[in-house]
Design a protein. Sequence first.
Length: 277
Amino acid sequence: MEGGSESCASWIRRPENRVLVVVGKPKIGVSLPLLEVFSFDVKTASLSADPLVTCAMGEEDGDPLGFAVHPSGEEIVCSTAKGCKLFELCDRDLIFKLVAKDLPPLHSVGPQKCLAFSTDGSKFVTGGQDEKIECCRFSRDGMRPFLFCTVQKGGKVVTAVWDISTWNRIGFKRLLRKPISALSVSLDGKYLALIVISTSNQRGAVITKLNVPADWKEWQIYFLLLVLFLGSAVIFYLFHEHSDSFWNFPLGRNQPNRPYLRTLVQDSQLADDQSPW
């Protein structure tokens, strides 16, 4: 693929372990906005010379701005200057075809600055041009249901984390002093990379470790219960030995009125001998 006026691109991972790239091109002159899908050669790290499929978008759609590819690699959501459109990537006998699909929830969402699918593809998140959400990414490992977003909070830009199982915000932190243009989560979910476009001497990228609270393991829960049980037993023993006035029974070890077990046994035997039965 020769250098041109591409406006956006994204990876496509197909079930047959084939890696593709979808590229969006804006309208130039009389030509319509285009979507093109190329094959990627992993060994040479290059794209195919010709696209596998080309799809022309209508003038009413506007120029493509970004993509979100479903983890299955079969569906693509394209954000345009006028809204969002859903495309299905069909593959029959090694012949690819992009087919536009109707998805009612996307009809009135308007232009979106960021799009992302969750790891299992069951959730889809967008950030509009109200400048409240600049970028968003799900945790890649899929084990922790977290959503990372750069949020505009007044005049500050912060990175916030949500738990998508409850949609409760876990927390936020200010990492860079300028609006963030891109972010990415490492494969193990432990690091977050942020990038800004800046002409100043300030660094335009930062990688930070994610301090997300770890989930409790099953053995940790049982260990905590065992510690609580042993602690309760020790406290009970201390009260039993040193605080007879609290329990009122039994009497203390050093008290003169405390009966001995041997005396109780002898009295019991004597009472049995005197019984007429």
